[in-house]
Every structure is written in structure tokens, then in C-alpha cells.
Design a protein around this ligand. Sequence first.
Ligand code: 5GP
Ligand code: ZN
Length: 109
Amino acid sequence: MSDCIFCKIIAGQIPSRKVYEDDDVLAFHDIHPFARVHFMIIPKKHIASLADAGPEDQAILGKILLLAPKLAQEQGLEGGFKTLVNTGRGGGQEVFHLHVHVFGGGPAA
Ligand code: 5GP
Ligand code: ZN
């Protein structure tokens, strides 16, 4: 997906503040945070949205959700955090590469 911003971030063509990376997923801070801590976890595979995920994506979706509390704690959200997955234009999705927002810790500075 050559025109996908998040694929470009995965490829290192656009810089990001990384939180975590392995062979399957990347987590990085949102450029416009709406909380003191706000990062996103994305699959390295281009999946446009949750509505475009299929049974073959079950493992990666589970991996992303299981990573959320671990990374949230590492980022200082010991007391808890929120998750958000905007899906489709009607769901407020702006970047069409599946991402799970993880945020908390009060309003952004
Ligand atoms: P959506 O509305 O699609 O769920 O959220 C997309 C998010 O991606 C927004 O919160 C926006 O701030 C973030 N975003 C868009 N472009 C970039 C970028 O180039 N770098 C980073 N780090 N975040 C981005
Ligand atoms: Zn993509």
C-alpha cells in the first residue's frame, strides 16, 4: 500500500516515536495526542480497518489486544487506560490502516 501513511511509518519512510516493534506489529505515539499518553498499535500487514479483517487476522488482532496493557503499563498508565478503534468514515476513521489507540493519564499538555 504505497499511499498508506502507516505503511510508510512501518517502512521507516516517515519518522515516528516508537513504543514497541516486532515482526508483526508496531506501536508509536500519536502525532496529535488527545491524552498525556497516547500511542497506537498497528499490524505490519496492511489491513484497512477492523471491518476488513478476516479469520486469517485473528492471531494478529489478539496479539495487538494483549500488547495493549503491557505497553500501557510501560508508558506509565499503571492505573488503567482507554482503547479506541475507529472503523470506517462513519466511525471517524481517518487513516485506513487498522490501528488500536491506547491512551490515558489525563488531558494532553
Ligand atoms: P483515526 O481517526 O484514523 O482513528 O486516527 C488516526 C490517528 O493517526 C490520528 O489520531 C492522527 O493524529 C494520527 N496520525 C495521522 N498521521 C500521523 C503521522 O504521520 N504520524 C503519527 N505518529 N500519527 C499520525
Ligand atoms: Zn497500510
